[in-house]
Every structure is written in C-alpha cells, then in structure tokens.
Design a protein around this ligand. Structure first.
Ligand SMILES: Nc1ncnc2c1ncn2[C@@H]1O[C@H](COP(=O)(O)OP(=O)(O)OP(=O)(O)O)[C@@H](O)[C@H]1O
Length: 319
C-alpha cells in the first residue's frame, strides 16, 4: 500500500478538454465537449449530471480510452492519458451504459476473462470475492443469459473492478433498474467508496446524485455549468416555500397575500414561495389569519437538486 503523500490529489483531471465528432454526408461535425475543465478529488463520490446529449459519455469514454479527444489534457490518477495510456487505463474501471456481455459465459468465466485481458496474474485474481460482493456467488456457474437485468448490471460492476482500479466510473448505472435493485447497487457503490475507491457516476436521476454524491458537476451542451460540493449547490437555490394546509378549503389566494408568489396546490394547500431572509414567514402567517382563514398545519420546503438543475439549465436556454 502506498503512503497517502504519494497519492494524487485528483482521481480525474480534465483541462480544456475538447471533442468534435467528425460529420458525415448528412450530419455536420458535432462539438460534444467545448473545453471542459473538471477535477474529481480523490476519495469523492462525484456525480456528473446533465441532460441527454450533454457530453457525459464522451467525457467518460475519453478517460476509458474508447474515444479519442480532439485536444486538451486528461489525467487519470495523475497519469496523462497521452503519456502512458496503458497505466492510465489500468487506474480506471468503467461500467458502461449498455449491457455488453457474452451471454454464453458464466459470471465466473466472464470475470476471469476480463482479469486475463487486464493481465492480472492468476494468484492475484479476486473472482470469487467480487462475485460475493455483488451478490452473485450463487450464480457463479450459471449462464449470463439466465441472469436478470439487475444481476447483469451487478456483474458489469464486478467486471469493471477485476483489476482493482482506484477509480470506478459508472455510466448511468441504474437506468432501467427497479428501485430495490437500485438501492442494492447504491449500497455496493457506498461500500466500494468506504474501502477507498473514488467513484464517478453519470446520471439523469437527480435523486441518485442527491443521495449518493458529495460533489456534483452539471454539464450542458458540452460545457460545465456548475461544479461544487452538493451542499453548496443546493444553497444556490435560496428560495423556500411555506405550505399552509387550511382548515376550510380556499377558493382563491386570499387578497391579503396578493403581494406574494402564492398558489393553491391540487391537494388544497396554499404554497408561498419566498427568498430566504428577505420575506418574513411570521408576516405571511399573520396576513393569512387576517383573511379570516384558519391554519390546520404548516411546514416549509427547501429547494432540491431538481430545482437547481432546472434553474441552471433554464438560465442558459433563455440567455
Ligand atoms: N460517435 C459519434 N458521432 C457523432 N456524434 C456523436 C457521437 N457520439 C456522441 N455524439 C454526439 O455528441 C453529443 C454528446 O453525446 P454524449 O453521448 O457524450 O452525451 P451524454 O450526455 O452522454 O448523453 P446521454 O445521457 O444521452 O448518453 C450528442 O449530441 C451526441 O449526439
């Protein structure tokens, strides 16, 4: 085990990374990454979020050695992919979006083959340990085609870990996976992280990023539009909502509250959105009472990642 002073500060590092896919007869060239600067700190669970076509897979695939960058630099675990592509690739395991496995092999054989591909000597292979970790020990000798979708996905995670890379990248790991399996997969990702693996995941699911990641980058149209610790990102949305359940149903927002951004929700609750620290909740409640209405219950709601995401991408569209 190397001492921590020799470990890199960043697990992944991209500087002015650009990728333009060549066009064809019918399609113009596509600038998928427009000068991305991004650093993934060693030891983090990093979320790369973005809408369809934002450039997430392109970014990941450059590090995985599957896509050639057009320009810029990319380092994995401190190793420049141009200087030593082999060593850089050995430092990363990528779980692809698509399930691409030879269905005629067993999970055990699949992992052994992959270990062979990475040149892991027989005595250093951890095939049974990995199968155990992803809950597939009892399917060790079954044909892959007999596995469920969720099991195949877990086998993909194991496959990406055969060479014990310090960085594990999961590209849309839970797309199309049901809630229970998603939770299982998350638990395993957390376990790998606890054992020291830096995790990078791309996802469409804001809930997934919010629950798992400590740092989040938002990428849109080939550009990074935010990259911050999750808490900082959430604080960017400083609006809150006061929700009042009235005793008697309201037919309209009371005139006393006309100055606020208020609406009546489908469930009959009155929701007032306000900027934290700028408008007084006590005053809102007072005005609500002054209208003659009575309060059954009240609570406040904070913005979640979805609000931040929509606000950031919307601002760009309307700029
Ligand atoms: N091989 C290719 N040739 C041409 N254009 C491509 C190629 N691969 C991707 N693109 C284009 O580059 C852009 C970025 O694609 P990319 O797959 O990186 O996005 P993404 O954020 O991963 O999207 P998704 O979440 O849908 O996978 C898209 O406009 C896509 O159509």
């Amino acid at each position: 085990m190397s001492d921590s002073s020799s470990l890199p500060e960043y697990a992944l590092e991209a500087t002015d990374l650009r990728k333009t896919y060549a066009g064809s007869k019918n399609a113009p060239p596509k600038e998928a990454l427009k000068g991305v600067d991004l650093r993934v700190r060693r030891g983090s669970i990093f979320g790369l979020l973005g809408p369809n076509g934002a450039g997430k897979s392109t970014f990941i695939n450059i590090f995985a050695g599957l896509v050639n960058k057009t320009s810029g630099t990319a380092k994995t675990w401190g190793i420049d992919i141009d200087r030593d592509s082999r060593a850089a690739r050995a430092a990363i395991g990528v779980v692809p979006q698509e399930i691409n496995m030879d269905v005629f092999f067993t999970p055990y054989e699949t992992l052994e083959l992959m270990a062979g591909f990475y040149g892991v000597p027989k005595e250093e292979r951890r095939t049974d340990e990995l199968l155990e970790a992803v809950g597939l020990s009892d399917k060790r000798d079954a044909y892959v085609r007999q596995l469920s979708g969720g099991m195949k996905r877990r086998l993909l995670v194991a496959k990406a870990m055969v060479h014990t890379p310090p960085v594990l990248v999961l590209d849309e790991p839970t797309a199309g996976v049901d809630i229970e399996l998603r939770r299982q997969l998350w638990a395993y990702v957390r376990e790998l992280h606890a054992r020291g693996t830096t995790i990078v995941l791309t996802t469409h699911y804001l809930e997934e990023a919010q629950e798992l990641c400590d740092e989040i980058a938002i990428i849109d149209q080939g550009e990074v539009i935010a990259c911050e610790p999750k808490e900082t990102l959430l604080k960017r949305m400083d609006s809150k909502t006061l929700v009042i359940d009235p005793v008697e149903p309201l037919t309209a927002v009371p005139a006393e509250l006309a100055e606020y951004d208020a609406e009546i929700r489908e469930d009959g609750a009155l929701a007032i959105t306000y900027r934290y620290g700028e408008q007084s909740v006590a005053e809102m409640i007072e005005k609500f009472r002054a209208s003659g209405a009575r309060i059954d219950d009240l609570r406040t709601e904070e913005a979640d990642l979805e609000d931040v995401f929509l606000a950031l991408t919307y601002r760009r569209e309307s700029a």
